[in-house]
Write a protein that binds this ligand. Sequence first.
Ligand SMILES: *Cc1c(COP(=O)(O)O)cnc(C)c1O
Length: 230
Amino acid sequence: MVRYEKAWQVARQRIADAARAGGRAPESVRLLAVSKTFPAAAIRRLHALGQRAFGENYVQEARSKRNELADLDIEWHLIGPLQSNKARVAAATFDWVESIDRAEIAERLSAARTGVAPLDVLIQVNASGEATKSGVSPTGAVALARQVSTLPNVRLRGIMGIPEATDDASVLRAQFRQLRQCFDACIDAGLSIDTLSMGMSADLELAIAEGATEVRVGTAIFGARDSAKG
Ligand SMILES: *Cc1c(COP(=O)(O)O)cnc(C)c1O
């Protein structure tokens, strides 16, 4: 068996089981393979298995991998925070940016994204309220989503969130539910969105039970990351 094949199949099975448990089709949940800190060769292996969407946290790291893998049809997602001065490079590197937490960064991305298809974007919501977490507050999510939806070269697709690091399932569920409520509030506000990105290796079942349409999975596919590298 090819390296990563077993882990990738297990992750896909977990997603399918969780979707079915909630009365949903397995295809209703996208698997984003989080490849940060792992080399381009690892992405190439996953791609050979059929994986197409990959998540990266750092603009420069993703850029060099994208260049190395230019022969492959990959959908690149930025899931880490984005600084204003990297917006231009990010707009040229990614197909999706999931970490929009203020209008200014979306405006810069839109201005830089010319001559190609619009950039798909998600509003990152801070559901845990922790000061160290990025994201707009849940009460500000709809207003920011509205603003972003008016920009010409980005396409608002939905909401992304990271709950607090805890093993307490009831805390996690409450925070996933809050993200789902932000997603529903945007739809009620007339915004046409389809993506709720939440859930990682340890908690993807809970996230899918609360309505995730995308889970971001690193460790469960690639193994533990070198913590020194993030
Ligand atoms: C690293 C990261 C992940 C993947 O986490 P795992 O626990 O390794 O699955 C998902 N989302 C974000 C935003 C991350 O930074």
